[in-house]
Design a protein around this ligand. Structure first.
Ligand SMILES: NC(=O)c1ccc[n+]([C@@H]2O[C@H](COP(=O)([O-])OP(=O)(O)OC[C@H]3O[C@@H](n4cnc5c(N)ncnc54)[C@H](O)[C@@H]3O)[C@@H](O)[C@H]2O)c1
Length: 263
């Protein structure tokens, strides 16, 4: 049957984040560095934060060398005062904030059965992975206008459990549901909040962990596509959630896992 409709996808004119200002936590390495680089290429002004100044400086330098706009601020996402200082820097430098990506995260020991984990370590993981995004949304959203977007980087560990991952899984499940609660709270202001759920991604987080090789074999072995993701494959999903292309999505979960959770 002949189809006279032109269904060719039209790329919108200009870059996808032109003129926007984006704050990305944990931007000094891995997925955060990939998000910052991609967002800068798409026309956004970037503020990356994290605990390791040298790493942040390097990512900012790389973006500036390619003609992008980027600055960094040292921040511990679990400290409310740090968030207040960071939002003052963002507003002082760029006058507005359009996108927040709560990306910073730690795993804790991914191989510790629950009965062997200390309450102190459990709370450390929750402080970074769950309290951090809560404080981020609480501090940044009041400066956002209708059309702004928040993305929480959760994990497939926020959807399925795994042996020894109890603290990380609890934190990422929390981040997933925090996104939904915040999505409803901020919908009337036109601010969207979504979560992304990567599978195994080749970054320092998993490359440097105890038992890295065994963990990778387990993760890749359970991934139908048979490999881990590159950080830029996750950044592409976050770009979609941060851009106007996802304008009718809020409180949603974008799974980018090579089929891990399809079983
Ligand atoms: N790598 C994976 O397989 C994978 C899978 C699913 C989800 N994730 C999530 O993706 C996000 C990025 O992780 P990544 O894989 O790029 O690892 P990564 O270790 O390269 O990046 C995490 C970044 O967060 C920063 N950070 C840690 N604690 C912080 C704190 N308290 N305050 C501010 N910054 C802090 C680190 O310095 C680092 O730059 C994390 O939330 C992680 O849980 C990763």
């Amino acid at each position: 049957m002949e189809n006279d409709t032109d269904n060719t996808f039209q790329q919108p004119a200009g870059r996808r984040l032109e003129g926007m200002v984006a704050l990305i936590t944990g931007g000094g390495s891995g997925i955060g560095a990939a998000i910052a680089t991609l967002f800068a290429q798409e026309g956004a002004s970037i503020v990356i934060t994290g605990t390791k100044e040298t790493a942040l400086e390097k990512v900012v330098q790389n973006i500036q060398n390619k003609g992008g706009i980027a600055i960094y601020a040292v921040q511990d996402v679990s400290i409310e005062e740090d968030w207040k200082r960071v939002i003052a820097i963002v507003i002082g430098q760029f006058g507005k904030i359009d996108i927040l990506v709560n990306n910073a995260g730690i795993t804790g020991n991914l191989l510790a059965p629950l009965q062997d984990r200390s309450a102190t370590e459990f709370m450390q993981v929750l402080s970074t992975n769950l309290l951090g995004p809560f404080l981020g949304i609480k501090t940044v959203a009041p400066y956002m206008k209708s059309g702004a977007a928040i993305v929480n980087v959760s994990s497939i560990a926020g959807i399925t459990g795994n042996a020894g991952g109890n603290a990380y899984t609890a934190s990422k499940g929390g981040s997933r549901m925090l996104s939904k609660g915040a999505a409803i709270d901020f919908a009337k202001l036109g601010i969207r909040v979504n979560s992304i759920h990567p599978g195994y991604v080749e970054t320092p987080m998993v490359q440097n962990m105890e038992g890295a090789v065994a963990f990778k074999n387990m993760a890749v072995g359970s991934t139908p596509l048979g490999r881990g993701a590159g950080p830029e494959e996750i950044a592409n999903g976050i770009l979609f959630l941060a851009s106007k292309e996802s304008s009718f999505m809020t409180g949603a979960e974008l799974v980018v896992d090579g089929g891990f959770t399809a079983f």
